[in-house]
Design a protein around this ligand. Structure first.
Ligand code: ATP
Length: 344
């Protein structure tokens, strides 16, 4: 961890709620200007960690350091950190403009300054045309943008986003994910987002911390955690994965799908190997790591087909131009470069 850089350091943070250990020794560094995501299933502790960063919760042990300053017990209002909550929490009786202006006015900022800053933040989220509307006259996506404008109007160092897209329908969510990513790049503000949605995490984030049961299981770029999951939990949480029980043998592993050559031998005698469905090639008999397989199941997904094949119940994603029938005999190739040796 770099103690001299502009960053947020979470150092050995524990949080107990009575008997429940919500966080167990969490260490993290979030660098200034990055889009960082806490990803994990319900109950893994991600909201608790976000609330600790916001100052809404005090850790049972450990410390929070922002730009070399220990802020562990600094009240939320004194931190340069703002939160966009799941519900957006807009005041229903105030116009969009007044919602965004609220915090500045309560801090007695001069009115002409308020006007300028509120207009700028609403322009940034492309809501400049709707400043006189009331919250109930907006769509879910527009309400979310207003909530973001309100959170960035006093230029926080860090913006925290708690499941910011959970109130949106699936189609809008895809659009908003890309917008949020663009906005973060434009602002250059550090964003820390909590989500249980792996697709959302992959689209938005520079780096992702995958959490389970109060711990960080793996932290890395979106590509690192997707392409090189550390263990079965991360491999399966980030997307579809073939997980093969394996025994180490000379030059590779023996699996349910047969012998597979590996570039580097695993450290275990018996363990798990993963490969994502889109990395398995289907076609001519390959030179290496070929599996002669039979199509057992076909699912059409519009842009592609998902096939399940024996042996090994392998799942393979093919493009929509290739048509197969149940019972077809095919050659699969599991390239050694795409096989990931899991730790557990
Ligand atoms: P979700 O996605 O469902 O919001 P999460 O990953 O954000 O889940 P947290 O809300 O951080 O998880 O909760 C972590 C654990 O701490 C859970 O077991 C939860 O029940 C417990 N917990 C959280 N807040 C409290 C509280 N105020 N009192 C007691 N237990 C709590």
């Amino acid at each position: 961890m770099n103690r001299n850089a502009k960053n947020l350091l979470i150092c050995a943070v524990y949080k107990d709620f009575g008997e429940v250990a919500a966080l167990k020794s969490v260490d993290l560094e979030v660098r200034q200007g990055e889009f960082f995501t806490l990803l994990g299933p319900s109950g893994c502790g991600k909201t608790t960690l976000l609330r600790i960063i916001a100052g809404l919760e005090i850790p049972s042990d450990g410390s929070i350091i922002l730009n070399n300053q220990n802020i562990t017990s600094l009240p939320a209002s004194k931190r340069h950190v703002n939160t966009v909550f799941q519900s957006y929490a807009l005041f229903p009786h105030l116009s969009i403009f007044d919602n965004v202006a609220f915090g500045l006015r309560s801090r007695k900022v001069r009115e002409d300054d308020v006007r300028k800053r509120v207009s700028e933040s609403l322009e940034l989220v492309e809501m400049g045309a709707l400043i006189n509307r009331m919250p109930d006259q907006l769509s879910g996506g527009q309400r979310q943008r207003v909530a973001i404008a309100r959170a960035i109007v006093n230029e926080p160092e860090i913006l925290l986003l708690d499941e910011p897209m959970s109130a949106l329908d699936a189609k809008l969510r895809n659009q908003v994910q890309e917008e949020l990513r663009r906005l973060q790049r434009k602002l250059g503000t550090t964003f820390i987002m909590v989500t249980h949605d792996q697709a959302e995490a992959l689209v938005c984030s520079d780096r992702i911390a995958v959490m389970s049961a109060g711990e960080i299981v793996q932290c890395g770029t979106a590509e690192e955690v997707y392409d090189y999951p550390r263990n079965r939990f991360v491999a399966e949480f980030l997307g579809a994965a073939n997980i093969l029980k394996s025994k180490r043998v000379d030059g590779g592993v023996q699996t349910e799908a047969g012998f597979l050559a590996l570039d580097k031998p695993p450290e275990w005698e018996e363990g798990l190997i993963a490969i994502r469905p889109e990395w398995i090639k289907i076609g001519d008999q390959p030179q290496i790591n070929g599996v002669h397989a039979v199509v057992q199941e076909i699912v059409y997904r519009g842009s592609n087909f998902d096939l399940t094949l024996s042996p090994g119940n392998l799942r393979v994603r093919t493009n929509a131009f290739k048509h197969f029938k149940i019972g077809d005999k095919v050659w699969l190739e599991l390239p050694p470069t795409e096989l990931v040796v899991l730790e557990d």
